[in-house]
Design a protein around this ligand. Structure first.
Ligand code: SF4
Length: 164
């Protein structure tokens, strides 16, 4: 029997029910929904979950700030006008003073999260980010760090050896 046969017979309504009961989906179930579920149905389920989690009905938002870690990148995305190749005269790595200034400003306006994005700098490994995050959390313990998305993680040297 093919590995994927159970997925083919899986009913979306079972997955919707699972989601509505706040059960985690498996990776296979997530892929199945991604490929098969109509967007309008997913929007409906998401709204139902929101209503359960936020029963007062108020819609809120989070104030955060996007700070770039570096503009050095080797991904070479065709649409990107932000990145600079390693060694370019305009290449930079954001220093701690700049983070301090921008985070303090964010906090002043009620922000509590930092979205750290940047290029895939070939010389910045995991230890660079760990040190950076430690420094930022020591300086601003109440500010959440939203960082290291999958593309960035994937380009870190030796990322496959890191246990999460
Ligand atoms: S990965 Fe990001 S920074 Fe790098 S080239 Fe692509 S869009 Fe630009």
């Amino acid at each position: 029997m093919s590995y994927f046969v159970p997925l083919l017979i899986m009913q979306l309504r079972d997955l919707y029910k699972k989601a509505q009961e706040f059960e985690f989906l498996t990776a296979e179930e997530g892929v199945y929904m991604f490929e098969k579920a109509p967007l309008t149905e997913l929007m409906h389920i998401a709204n139902e979950l929101r209503k359960k989690q936020v029963p007062h009905g108020k819609v809120t938002w989070q104030i955060d700030r996007n700070v770039n870690t570096t503009n050095v990148c080797t991904a070479n995305c065709k649409f990107c006008n932000f990145y600079r190749i390693p060694g370019h005269a305009e290449a930079y790595i954001t220093d701690i003073e700049e983070y301090k200034r921008k985070i303090a400003e964010t906090v002043k306006y009620g922000g509590d999260q930092l979205l750290l994005q940047g290029g895939h700098h070939p010389e910045l490994g995991l230890s660079f980010y760990v040190n950076l995050f430690k420094q930022l959390k020591q300086l601003f313990p109440d500010v959440r760090l939203h960082a290291l998305g999958p593309p960035k993680w994937h380009t870190l040297p030796n990322w496959k050896k890191v246990r999460i």
